[in-house]
Design a protein around this ligand. Structure first.
Ligand code: CMC
Length: 391
């Protein structure tokens, strides 16, 4: 028999049991494996959080060192990947490039699709943890016309990504600890968010037993959209547009409230958080600190703050429980770090990688069935075929 009830957008449909991330949208609580996001952002490193999400426990020093070592051993991508990258125009959106290269990795690492044992699964996991930052850096270097380098294995995970992104030829590269800390924190805040659009995509693609890299590539495509991870780029473009237009936030607020106008206030609202997004709170504070540390004065931050203050006291937004989300302030930090706006969602993907991996791994270990929703058919009933001359 067919189904009789629908839940478009799965607003009230659970797809799995999960022990990874706890989220209470009413109270604004977010915990990874039971640890609060506030504490993790403050005290842990991104690699520790990745280990926690994927394997369930915070690593001890020995486990963390081994994890970091195994990832470094896998941090070279096949040089032929450069040929694929070369074929893209410089104007290509980095998210499209990243998704393509992630999928292409399967061709260069065919053994990665064998995840029948815990050991094989571990190998695949450290492979992608090692190679993904290289792809992230290369998508940016491609756009900027910079030569493609491999990482520096003497550095930590986040330091290494930054160096791969920003190192200029014939120039000494010095780490800026402010940037390292800021990025570490941002990546932790983005690392998992239970069954969001891209994570559900990774789980559903993986549920057909497609390989991890192919599943991740699909997740990256899902993240790209402006209603999801692409919001961080859209927010900054919106704030710039407000600035260009003379800074009249009220005008844009009115547009967002006008039901005839498809414009939405980007970086506002969330499917699950209905009081505040705990990540946005941490990021707002971090944005203030990073900009102060770097001595950057960004008029766009003032526009953002003005807009947020207005929305928070506006009936339309209050009634619909629309609050700034994680993407509202993150772009301001990325921009102050010198990251181009089209790369913002790529940075989100870098942070979300361990979450996607953890969710995929959980799905496979629990031997979940293939994801296959039902529908209610509303098309034509049976019709006789009509010859082309008679149509
Ligand atoms: N600006 C203006 N109105 C909004 C907004 C907004 N940003 N978000 C929701 N609404 C209105 C919407 O029009 C609807 O009004 P009504 O009840 O009168 O029809 C009501 O609020 C409920 O919205 P919805 O679209 O039914 O809610 P949803 O849960 O389907 O969508 C959302 C959630 C995040 C997609 C949506 O709030 C949105 O489009 N926000 C802007 C994009 C954004 O910032 N996305 C990032 C989300 S957080 C990080 C991530 O996922 O990557």
């Amino acid at each position: 028999g067919g189904v009789t009830t629908l839940d478009p957008g799965y607003k009230n449909t659970g797809s799995c049991e999960s022990a990874i991330t706890f989220l209470n949208g009413e109270e604004g609580i977010l915990r990874y494996r039971g640890y609060s996001i506030e504490e993790l952002a403050d005290k842990a490193s991104f690699l520790e959080v990745a280990f926690l999400l994927i394997f369930g426990e915070l690593p001890n020093q020995e486990q963390l060192s081994k994890f970091a070592h195994d990832i470094k051993e896998q941090s070279v991508v096949d040089d032929d990947i450069k040929k694929i990258l070369d074929a893209f125009p410089k104007s290509a959106h980095p998210m499209g490039v990243l998704s393509s290269l992630t999928s292409a990795l399967t061709a260069f690492n065919p053994s990665s699709v064998n995840v029948d044992s815990e050991e094989a699964m571990y190998k695949t996991v450290v492979k992608i943890m090692g190679k993904f930052p290289v792809l992230v850096a290369w998508t940016m270097r491609k756009q900027k016309g910079l030569p493609l380098d491999y990482g520096d294995n003497s550095l930590g995970y986040v330091e290494n990504v930054l160096k791969m992104m920003f190192k200029k030829p014939n120039e000494e590269y010095t780490q800026n600890p402010i940037l390292v800390n800021a990025l570490d924190k941002l990546l932790i805040l983005h690392a998992d968010h239970e069954q969001n659009c891209s994570t559900s995509t990774v789980r559903i693609v993986g549920s057909s037993h497609a390989g991890l890299f192919a599943s991740l590539s699909a997740g990256i495509s899902a993240l790209w959209g402006p209603l999801h991870g692409g919001a961080n780029q859209a927010v900054l473009e919106m704030l710039e547009a407000i600035k260009e237009d003379g800074g009249d936030t009220k005008k844009f607020m009115a547009k967002a409230k006008d039901k005839e106008d498809p414009f939405r206030l980007m970086g506002f609202g969330h499917r699950v958080y209905k009081n505040f997004d705990p990540r946005a709170k941490i990021i707002k504070k971090a944005a203030d600190e990073v900009l102060a540390d770097l001595g950057v004065e960004d008029p766009v931050l003032d526009i953002a703050k003005g807009l947020a203050a207005e929305a928070l006291s506006d009936d339309y937004f209050v009634k619909r429980k629309l609050y700034p989300n994680v993407d509202f302030y993150s772009g301001i930090i990325y921009r102050s770090m010198g990251i181009p706006v089209e790369m913002f969602t790529v940075m989100f993907a870098l942070g979300r990688l361990p979450g996607w991996i953890a969710q995929w791994r959980e799905m496979r270990l629990r031997k979940e069935p293939i994801g296959r929703p039902r529908q209610i058919y509303i098309g034509e009933t049976h019709r006789p075929f009509k010859e082309i001359s008679k149509r």
